[in-house]
Design a protein around this ligand. Structure first.
Ligand code: PLP
Length: 376
């Protein structure tokens, strides 16, 4: 028996065939624009390396990550596809960025200079994409400073401008006027660059929501994240996500059962006394595994023996309890589905998100490293 978490009675199942299905659907819709798969944050909790392979097999031409380390992990796993790091990294990481042939994002002259020096010292050419801040106001060079940043870049032989891109702030609300304004500013930058014969091969703006909602945002490629995992970027694009299927299930097994009497309650705070004799099933995962404690206060439940059931009391760090009513058939070892399908019922990460006031992204990213991922 290994001493990792793989033998634990709580695990996530990631269906790479469904990742491929989702990538293929979006790839077909956005063609001729290419798809680059966003596998930051351990592929939104799904596992970066298997998801990267699945996405590339399904036709993605490149990968995007948030951190240099995430890119290095993919390279060490033997992945040779282009990998774009989505923001400018600390100067001291330049050598590694260049050494592992990661595509860097630059937004400042200092960022260009350190990368150029690192590449030149290594006898290499650093590939870069310039990110333009058209309104998200997180990272990026201002539109009016983009040309001069690229001009500065062109003074170094060791840096190659491969792409120019931007990022939308409200892509999940396609009707929001900010989308049009950001696109207008971005197109203005592209026109100005073209007037100076600067036409990088890769131009991109769209995340999942924009890629699905707005053909004008697709340019030469889209950065596909959440939709690849089969989750909704937001309610505003729900209809456009038809056909996408969630690729991750979160499962466990009943570890203990007991009857409690009318008037008794369960878990910290003893907050919800039962009205009648009730079977309580204990399930060995909790908020340290990524089941939000707040979920216990909602009507979202779990699936157990093909039946939706509610939490019986406060979700604890490592365990949670299920109210099985008068059902005496529930036994230790029975499978519990927290996210996924059991029989004819389904619970989704998006339902967890709606019930707890967050987004599906945060739910799947929050499934902790204590939960082993099993691939199918
Ligand atoms: C995370 C991220 C994406 C992917 O967004 P989704 O909504 O998950 O498709 C795209 N671009 C950038 C810059 C990102 O940070």
């Amino acid at each position: 028996m290994s001493a990792d978490f793989s033998s634990r009675w709580a695990w996530a199942e990631v269906h790479t065939g469904l990742i491929q299905h989702n990538v293929a659907i979006v790839a077909e819709r956005v063609a001729p624009a290419k798809v680059w798969a966003v596998v930051k944050a351990n592929a939104y909790g799904h596992g970066a390396i298997p998801v990267a392979h699945a996405a590339l097999n399904a036709g993605a031409e490149g990968l995007c990550v948030a951190l240099m380390d995430e890119g290095v992990a993919l390279r060490r796993a033997g992945i040779t596809a282009p990998i774009l790091v989505l923001s400018e990294q600390p100067a001291e990481l330049s050598e590694l960025l260049v050494g592992y042939e990661l595509t860097a994002t630059v937004t400042t002259t200092r960022g260009v200079a350190v990368l150029a020096n690192a590449a030149s010292a290594a006898g290499k050419v650093a590939r870069v994409h310039v990110k333009v801040d058209t309104g998200m106001h997180r990272v990026g060079v201002a539109p009016r400073e983009t040309l001069s940043l690229i001009r500065f870049m062109q003074s170094f032989d060791s840096v190659l401008l491969e792409g120019v891109y931007t990022h939308f702030a409200v892509a999940d609300s396609p009707e929001h006027p900010a989308n049009i304004e950001q696109l207008r500013l971005f197109n203005e930058v592209l026109t100005e660059l073209a007037a100076h014969s600067i036409e990088p091969p890769l131009v991109h703006a769209a995340n999942s929501a924009a890629a699905l909602a707005n053909p004008d945002s697709r340019f030469s490629m889209v950065r596909l994240g959440i939709a690849m995992y089969g989750l909704l970027p937001g309610d505003g694009v729900k209809e456009l996500c038809r056909g996408l299927i969630p690729a991750l299930a979160l499962k466990s097994r009943v570890s203990a059962v007991r009857w409690i009497e009318a008037g008794e309650a369960v878990s910290y705070g003893l907050r919800r006394p039962v009205n009648a004799a009730t079977l309580i099933a204990t399930v060995p995962l909790g908020y340290a595994d990524g089941v939000p404690r707040a979920l216990g206060e909602t009507t979202v439940g779990v699936l157990l023996n093909g039946v939706p059931r509610q939490f019986a009391g406060t979700i604890t760090m490592d365990q949670l309890m299920i109210d099985c009513g008068s059902d005496s058939s529930v036994m230790v070892g029975d499978e519990v589905v927290l996210i996924g399908r059991q029989g004819e019922h389904v619970v989704t990460a998006d339902e967890w998100a709606n019930a707890t006031g967050t987004i599906g992204y945060e739910i799947v990213c929050g499934i902790s490293s204590r939960i082993g991922r099993r691939y199918q």
